[in-house]
Design a protein around this ligand. Structure first.
Ligand SMILES: Cc1ncc(C[n+]2csc(CCOP(=O)(O)OP(=O)(O)O)c2C)c(N)n1
Ligand SMILES: [Mg+2]
Length: 347
C-alpha cells in the first residue's frame, strides 16, 4: 500500500464530497478547529510525557485527526464509539475536553475518568464514548454487542469500532465481523490503517493488500477504502455507512488510510520507517488537506488562521488547568465502576 492509492489532490473531489457530506465552509472551519485542538493537545501530551508529568504510557494520534473528527461529524450524539489505546482523538471528537483528557493522563482528580483510566482508557459514557481498549481487537465484539442492544431497544443508534490495521490479524476482528454480518447489526468497523502495528509494517505480516477492506467480502460485508486524512471523505463515508446501518442494512467496513506522526508510543523515535515516508505523509497532513478545501470554498485565510490560533489558546488553557488540578482522590477509586453508580453493597 502506498500514498499513490489515495487522491494526491484533495481538489479532485471537493464539490461532490462536500455536498454529499453536507459540509459547508462554516462547518468545515469548525472541523478544522477541532482537528487543530486535537493536534495541539497531542503535542502537549508529548511534552508533558517528556517532562515526566504523565503517568504510564501514551500512544499519540497526531496524523489521525480526520478519522475521528470526520466520523463524529457524521454521527448522532447518542451513537456509540469504541476506540483503542490510541484514542485521545476519539475522546475529544466525541466531546471530552482537552483539559479533562490531559488531566486524566496526569492522574488528576479532574481527569475524564477521575484518574482511573489514564491515556489508554479514555472513556466518556455521557458522550457515547464507551471506552478505549488496550487489548488489541477486544472492543470489536463489544461494539457489535452495543449495536445489538440498540437494535433490541429500537433506538436506531449505531455503534462504531475504531481499530488499527494490526487488529485485523486478531481473531476478535473476524468473530465480530462474522456475527455482525449474520445478525445484520447496526455497527461500523472503521480501521485506521497507519501502515504499522507497533514497529512492524502491516504489509510484511498480512496476506491482503487492504487488511480490513479485503477481508470484508469473506463475511458478505460491504467495504470501502477511504482517504483517512480527508475529514470530508471520512464524514461522507461514515455518514453513508451509518445511514445503511440505521435503515437495517447492516454493518460496513471502512478502511481509512492514514499515518501517525509520532512513533508507536512513549518516546519511540520510529527509526524503522523508511527515509522520506513521514515527509510524504506530512504533505497530506489532515489539517493541510482541510485548509486547502477551505481555500477552494472561498473561506479567507485570515479566518483559517484565527481558527488555528483559537485551537492553540484552547489547549494552552487546558494544559494550565490540568497542571493546576488536584491529584487523584483515592476515595474515587471505585466510583463510576458499576453501571448503577454504586459499589458499597458489593464490597
Ligand atoms: C491482544 C494483544 N496483543 C498484543 C498487544 C501488544 N500491542 C499493543 S499495540 C500493538 C500494535 C497494534 O497495531 P495496530 O492495530 O495497527 O494499531 P496502531 O497502534 O497502529 O494504532 C500491539 C501488538 C496487545 N495490546 N494486545
Ligand atoms: Mg497500525
Amino acid at each position: 500500500m502506498s500514498l499513490d492509492e489515495i487522491p494526491q489532490d484533495a481538489a479532485q473531489t471537493p464539490d461532490s464530497a462536500v455536498a454529499e457530506a453536507g459540509i459547508d465552509g462554516h462547518r468545515l472551519l469548525d472541523l478544522l478547529e477541532q482537528m487543530a485542538v486535537i493536534r495541539v493537545t497531542e503535542k502537549a501530551a508529548h511534552d508533558l510525557f517528556l517532562a515526566g508529568l504523565v503517568k504510564g504510557t501514551t500512544h499519540l494520534a497526531a496524523g489521525h485527526e480526520a478519522v475521528a473528527v470526520g466520523a463524529s461529524a457524521a454521527l448522532r450524539p447518542d451513537d456509540y464509539v469504541f476506540a483503542t489505546y490510541r484514542g485521545h482523538h476519539h475522546a475529544m471528537a466525541r466531546g471530552a475536553s482537552p483539559a479533562e483528557c490531559l488531566a486524566e493522563l496526569m492522574s488528576k482528580a479532574t481527569g475524564v475518568c477521575k484518574a482511573k483510566g489514564g491515556s489508554m482508557h479514555l472513556t466518556k459514557a455521557s458522550a457515547g464514548m464507551l471506552g478505549s481498549y488496550a487489548i488489541v481487537g477486544a472492543h470489536l465484539p463489544m461494539a457489535a454487542g452495543a449495536a445489538w442492544s440498540a437494535r433490541l431497544r429500537g433506538t436506531s443508534q449505531v455503534a462504531v469500532a475504531f481499530f488499527g490495521d494490526g487488529a485485523t490479524n486478531i481473531g476478535a476482528f473476524h468473530e465480530a465481523l462474522n456475527l455482525a454480518s449474520v445478525w445484520s447489526l447496526p455497527v461500523l468497523f472503521v480501521c485506521e490503517n497507519n501502515l504499522y502495528m507497533e514497529y512492524t509494517p502491516i504489509g510484511s505480516v498480512t496476506a491482503a493488500e487492504h487488511p480490513a477492506a479485503d477481508r470484508a467480502p469473506g463475511y458478505r460485508l460491504p467495504a470501502e477504502v477511504i482517504d483517512g486524512n480527508d475529514v470530508v471523505a471520512v464524514a461522507d463515508a461514515v455518514g453513508r455507512a451509518a445511514d445503511r446501518a440505521r435503515s437495517g442494512d447492516g454493518p460496513t467496513v471502512l478502511e481509512a488510510q492514514t499515518y501517525r506522526h509520532f512513533g508507536h508510543s512513549r518516546t519511540d523515535p520510529a527509526s524503522y520507517r523508511p527515509a522520506g515516508e513521514l515527509e510524504a505523509w506530512l504533505d497530506r497532513d489532515p489539517l493541510e488537506v482541510a485548509r486547502k478545501r477551505l481555500v477552494d470554498l472561498g473561506v479567507p485565510e485570515s479566518e483559517i488562521a484565527a481558527a488555528i490560533d483559537r485551537a492553540s489558546s484552547t489547549v494552552a488553557d487546558a494544559v494550565a488547568e490540568a497542571k493546576a488540578a488536584d491529584g487523584a482522590d483515592p476515595a474515587q477509586a471505585l466510583s463510576d465502576v458499576w453501571a448503577d453508580g454504586g459499589y458499597q453493597w458489593r464490597t
